[in-house]
Every structure is written in structure tokens, then in C-alpha cells.
Design a protein around this ligand. Structure first.
Ligand code: EPZ
Length: 420
């Protein structure tokens, strides 16, 4: 298992380029299962989760080929196996998103329940309720969900929570289902809009993506199409926070500035300076970090995926900050490791943590517990005094393409130690 060894204290300088969005490309792969020919996706990041998703859809019988770095061709027309196995789904919850397209196109699918993960129970009840509203029969057993439907029909669906995955699963199913499906209280994350653009280019009729109400009028068939994946706003935000905590000056290129308003506002509140360009954002870290309170919310609120990296930043703020996590019930796994580096953080409940800023963090051996907790440890290590050794970097490799190389290019003293 690879480790990062980081010697902190270098202000990040220069340019860092953002890759394609992990949380956009995964549902795009599922959408390609609906097309009657090969689709091509560009700006595809080389991530562990992308490789896992490729294995899932190849298991179903889709043909997947890397045309060149960043470009993948997916042909879902030859899918014959309608079962997504537990050994793959358990490693990546997003695999569950193949359920909707398979049921809509083939009338049946059996997908392993994703189970929980470090940050929470990760239920799928909203996905299933939506498919039932479209006429699917759902059977649970042996840790799998089997969904049958002679023919799905349009339905009116209200999501109790604006679930990103449920919104995507149901949009995918509805695109190839006769009738009109309306998803109310839909997720508004930018990745939903990217999926809608791809579906539309395939011939789907989707209205309202990016708003609370999405209307899909199903069509008979969906044609192959090509699509460029949007930039990763969470990767971009992580680099912005890294620039701020190190007191550096960084231009984050290919940054989706229009998707980063909440983070930009919070960084400005702490005293950072930010210049928004056409497709880049320039961040200058503050001399003194001002403490701020933070509450994660569904988009356009502050993204839960940046809560951990931002908490690492607030560990060095002057004053007291309250961080409230409203999306997941166990997303403070990074706190114990940050405390090992000298952070003064009290977890007050499953959803609340109180930080008293400290004058400095100290390097230490720490361990990544999940993707964004790992990112938080990297951010903290970049500013810490001394050397930090972060183990279980495979968590970080799930969602950050060449993170060490990108940070090294901006002046970070970071080394990847490859272990058998
Ligand atoms: C997506 O996960 C992202 N993953 C997550 O990013 C992100 O944190 C999350 O959306 C919220 O923005 C991908 O897009 C691949 P949800 P998803 O369904 O779809 C509850 C990262 O670090 N819920 O919006 O699984 C659920 O338990 C990852 O890149 C139900 O109760 O998120 C959670 O508390 C982590 N029932 C909340 O909603 C359901 O049927 C948010 O879940 C579905 C969800």
C-alpha cells in the first residue's frame, strides 16, 4: 500500500491543472449502457474509481477501450449479464447506479447492495422508491437488490432527500421509459447537469437538470454520442484550500469557477484573496487565517466533500470554528488523525466539531480512512512543521489523479513511497 511522505512549510506557487470530475464520469459510464452504439468520453481522469467502474460495466458485457490517455470508448449494446457482483459494488458504492439503466433497457437487473462505508450507512431507499414509482418490482435477498419490470412507466417521484445518486439513477431509468417522469426535490449538483447534457446528446428529453424539479420524457432508443467530462470541482477546491493553508499563490487551471461559489465565499471570509478567471481561479493564502463557521449543504451549499480538507485549514485559524456536517452521519474520521498532528478539535456530535485554532501543526505518521479524509491529511501535512507520513494512500488515489505529481509541480515537498 503506497504512502505519502510530505515535508511541510513550502508555500505552494505556480499552476495546478484540474482533471475531469470523478463524480461526473461515473454516472456517464452508466449512461453509456443505454446507447445503441459506442460512446466516447474525453477528459476522463485515471482514478481507481474509474477503473472499478470499467470493471463493473465490463462484467455486464459492455466493451470498454482506452482510445488514448483521457479518452474512453464504451459500447453497452452488447450487455448480456444483468448482475453487478458484490465484490465490485462493495468497493465502490457508485456502481449501484447501473441499476436504473439496466432495468429500463433490459427489464431486469440484480445489483449488490453497496453496504456502508467509512462515512456512513449510505442507504439506497430513495433509488428503490423511485424505481417502484416507475413500476419496478423490487426484491431484496442475499445482500442483493433485484428489480423487475415488464415495462417501466413514467412516474411522479418526490425524493425525501436530494440524493445525488438517486437523482442520477432515476434520470437514467426515465430516459428510456415511455411517458413522463418527474423527480421533485432533485439534487442540483453540477454533475447532474453534465449527465443531462450527455443524455440529451444521445437523444433523451430532459428538462430542469440543475433545478429542484427534473422532467424526463422517455424515448424509444438512445443513440451513441461523445461527451467531454466537466472539471472536478472537488479536486479544484482541494487545491484552492492547499494554496490557502500554505500561504501560497496558486492558479488552479481548468477550474469550474461557476461551481465553486460556496468555497470561494468561505475562503474569502478566512482572509484569502481570490481572483476568478475565465476557466481558472487564482488563490493567495492569508497571512493570518480567520476562524469561520462551516455547514455542509446540498449544492449550491458548501460541499460535504470539501468539509475535511477545509477543517484541516481551519485547524490553523486564529479563533474558534464550528463545523457542522449535515449530509453524512460519520464524516469526521479525519479528526483523530488531525489531532495527532496537534490540531485542537472536539467532536461534539456525529454532525458537529469545534476547532480551536493552533499556532502550528506538527508532522506525524497518520493514516487515511477514506478519500476526503486522506485529502485533509495531505492539506494539513503541506503546512505542518516537519515530516508527515500518510499511509493507505489508495483511498486518495480513488479520487485524485496524480495528486503528488501535481502538488510537487507547485513546489510541495511530497514523495510517494511505493510498497508491495
Ligand atoms: C454522491 O454520493 C457523491 N459520490 C459523494 O462523493 C458526495 O459526497 C455525495 O453525492 C453528496 O454530495 C458520487 O457522486 C459518486 P447521496 P451519493 O445519495 O450519491 C442519504 C466523494 O468523496 N441517502 O446524495 O451516494 C445518504 O445516506 C463522494 O467523492 C439516503 O438516505 O450521495 C447520505 O446521508 C463521497 N437514501 C445522503 O443521503 C438514499 O437512497 C447523501 O447521499 C440515498 C442517499
Amino acid at each position: 500500500m503506497d504512502r505519502f511522505v510530505i515535508r511541510g512549510g513550502n508555500p505552494l506557487k505556480g499552476k495546478i491543472r484540474v482533471s475531469g470530475a470523478k463524480n461526473a464520469v461515473l454516472p456517464l459510464f452508466a449512461a453509456a449502457l443505454l446507447a445503441d452504439g459506442p460512446c466516447r468520453l474525453t477528459n476522463v481522469p485515471r482514478l481507481r474509481d474509474v477503473h472499478t467502474m470499467i470493471r463493473v460495466i465490463e462484467t455486464l458485457g459492455a466493451k470498454v477501450e482506452w482510445i488514448e490517455p483521457g479518452e474512453v470508448q464504451i459500447d453497452g449494446s452488447g450487455v448480456t449479464n444483468l448482475e453487478a457482483p458484490y465484490d465490485l459494488v462493495k468497493t465502490m458504492r457508485a456502481s449501484f447506479i447501473v441499476l436504473g439503466p439496466l432495468v429500463a433497457r433490459h427489464g431486469y437487473a440484480r445489483v449488490a447492495l453497496p453496504g456502508g462505508c467509512a462515512i456512513g450507512v449510505r442507504q439506497v431507499d430513495l433509488h428503490l422508491k423511485g424505481l417502484q414509482a416507475m413500476g419496478a418490482t423490487i426484491e431484496m435477498g442475499e445482500g442483493y437488490v433485484a428489480a423487475h419490470a415488464k415495462q417501466l412507466h413514467g412516474g411522479l417521484i418526490y425524493l425525501d432527500f436530494p440524493s445525488v445518486g438517486a437523482t442520477e439513477n432515476l434520470m437514467l431509468a426515465a430516459s428510456l421509459t415511455p411517458g413522463v417522469t418527474i423527480i421533485e426535490n432533485a439534487a442540483m449538483e453540477p454533475e447532474i447537469g453534465d449527465l443531462a447534457r450527455f443524455l440529451t446528446s444521445m437523444g433523451a428529453r430532459v428538462k430542469g437538470a440543475g433545478s429542484k424539479v427534473i422532467e424526463v420524457s422517455g424515448v424509444e432508443r438512445l443513440a451513441a454520442a461523445n461527451h467531454r467530462v466537466i472539471p472536478d470541482r472537488i479536486e479544484a477546491g482541494t487545491f484552492m484550500i492547499a494554496a490557502a493553508i500554505t500561504g501560497g499563490h496558486v492558479t488552479v487551471e481548468q477550474a469550474p469557477c461557476d461551481m465553486l461559489e460556496s468555497l470561494t465565499a468561505k475562503l474569502l471570509e478566512t482572509g484569502a484573496s481570490i481572483y476568478l478567471g475565465e476557466d481558472s481561479v487564482e488563490v493567495t493564502g492569508p497571512k493570518t487565517i480567520r476562524a469561520v463557521n462551516l455547514t455542509t449543504q446540498p449544492h449550491p451549499g458548501f460541499p460535504t466533500d470539501l468539509q475535511a480538507p477545509f477543517m484541516a485549514y481551519l485547524a490553523l485559524a486564529r479563533g474558534t470554528s464550528l463545523v457542522t456536517e449535515t449530509i453524512f452521519e460519520n464524516r469526521f474520521m479525519h479528526v483523530a488523525e488531525l489531532r495527532r498532528m496537534g490540531a485542537d478539535i472536539q467532536v461534539q456530535s456525529a454532525r458537529g466539531a469545534l476547532l480551536n485554532g493552533v499556532s502550528h501543526l506538527s508532522g506525524a505518521p497518520v493514516m487515511a480512512s477514506d478519500l476526503r479524509a486522506g485529502a485533509a491529511l495531505v492539506v494539513a501535512a503541506l503546512a505542518a512543521q516537519g515530516e508527515t507520513d500518510i499511509s493507505r494512500i489508495y483511498h486518495v488515489d480513488r479520487g485524485y489523479e496524480m495528486l503528488d505529481a501535481k502538488l510537487r509541480g507547485a513546489g510541495a515537498d511530497i514523495e510517494r513511497i511505493k510498497e508491495a
